[in-house]
Design a protein around this ligand. Structure first.
Ligand code: PHB
Length: 389
């Protein structure tokens, strides 16, 4: 009797193990960590919407696996991002980590990707060094170096000789400042002052006053997505445009999430970036329409496209590994992917795991009564300039 009891307990335990293994087999879990609240909440909102749109359009079963999305709000606090990633890997056994609204969150989490051999798909953060923080990082957003170099080349050819730079004082801002300056000076431009504003709760007023006094031809700006409208408002309130100072920057400042509410004062602002909601391709029109339809008319910004393409990279890696791959196999299948994105052509460089893409020069114009970043020039297939130095 005792023996039989023992046996059946053993059989039960075996069944439990088999059942859980089966459940595991049939599910593919994506741990999506985003700032859904706090200063970077628009990034979270845009990426979540894009990820859900991709799943709605492409189904939630790939290579026999049911995709399970586990969304966590890190409030853009790096320690929270790291803790959530640890829990997702250990407790939820996620197959992929994704999201990462800001650079410090991505950097804090990179060691967890390395230790657990879990691919980490960066959909937003854009400091060059992130891909070097772990061999498991793959990026589908952009780098500030990519965007800033294009502006550093364009400005001196277009009558801008003297510039003040104003950037958020952390990774992407420092990259933007460095790569813009380097190229601008190489073409004979002069940077009279480089100002850095705190990343958290910045007050732009004293910095803008200083810029006004220095009276450069242009002010080059990088602020993270979500902060552009405040810069634009204070720039116009101080009459800097009327004083003959142009506003230029990477496309983060004329973010499609906010641009249409910035008013006519934004007209004519030239920026360099990898994505505009006005990108004139059939695929992008379809993306913008479907995104708006699913989200009460919301216009996708560059964060959304990073999320959408990140899901593409994950889905195709799962398909290529026939649902059987562990972290290393998935990572290998992410490297070298090449496809048409709503932003234009892009590929994931197999060596660097970073995105190679077109960078566009754009000017804010009114189209059908709305403000858009209208592309007027393109630099094709730009690799991250931050990797070769
Ligand atoms: C970043 O923290 O890497 C970051 C955030 C927002 C941007 C660009 C870069 O618009």
């Amino acid at each position: 009797m005792k023996k039989r009891l023992f046996l059946s307990a053993g059989v039960l335990a075996l069944c439990a193990v088999a059942a859980s293994a089966l459940a595991q087999d049939n599910k593919f879990r994506i741990g999506l960590i985003l700032p859904m609240t706090g200063q970077q909440a628009t990034t979270g909102r845009q990426i979540e919407a894009a990820v859900r749109l991709y799943m709605a359009q492409n189904g939630d079963t790939v290579a026999g696996k049911k995709i399970e999305l586990i969304l966590k709000d890190d409030t853009s606090i790096p320690d929270v991002t790291k803790r959530l990633a640890q829990e997702l890997v250990v407790n939820d056994k996620v197959n992929v980590l994704a999201g990462f609204g800001i650079t410090p969150s991505a950097l804090a989490t990179a060691p967890i990707a390395t230790q657990s051999k879990t691919p980490l798909v960066v959909m937003a953060a854009a400091t060059s060094s992130i891909t070097q923080a772990s061999p498991y990082v793959v990026r589908t957003s952009f780098t500030l170096a990519q965007a800033a170099v294009a502006m550093g080349d364009w400005a001196p050819k277009n009558g801008i000789k003297k510039v003040v730079t104003l950037v958020s004082d952390y990774g992407p801002g420092i990259d933007a400042e460095k790569y813009f300056k380097e190229r601008f000076i190489l073409s004979g431009g002069q940077v009279s002052e480089s100002l850095r504003v705190p990343m958290r709760n910045p007050d732009f007023a004293p910095f803008l006053q200083k810029v006004r006094d220095l009276k450069p031809d242009a002010l080059f700006v990088f602020v993270p997505s979500g902060a552009g409208a405040a810069v634009m408002k204070q720039f116009l309130e101080r009459g800097m445009d009327k004083a003959g100072i142009k506003l230029i920057g990477t496309g983060d400042v004329t973010d499609d999430d906010q641009l249409n509410d910035m008013g006519n004062g934004a007209l004519g602002v030239v920026t360099s970036h990898h994505y505009s909601a006005a990108h004139p391709s059939a695929l992008n029109k379809k993306f913008v329409d479907a995104f708006a339809k699913a989200n009460k008319g919301l216009r996708p910004n560059f964060m959304a496209v990073g999320g959408y393409d990140g899901m593409r990279v994950i889905y195709e890696a799962l398909r290529a590994t026939k649902g059987q791959g562990g972290g290393d196999a998935l990572l290998a299948a992410m490297k070298g992917q090449i496809f048409e994105s709503p932003r234009g052509p892009m590929f994931i460089d197999a060596q660097t795991r970073d995105v190679v893409q077109n960078i566009y020069l754009r000017k804010v114009e009114k189209k059908d009564g709305q403000l858009y970043n209208v592309e007027f020039d393109v630099i094709k297939d730009v690799k991250d300039p931050g990797k070769s130095q």
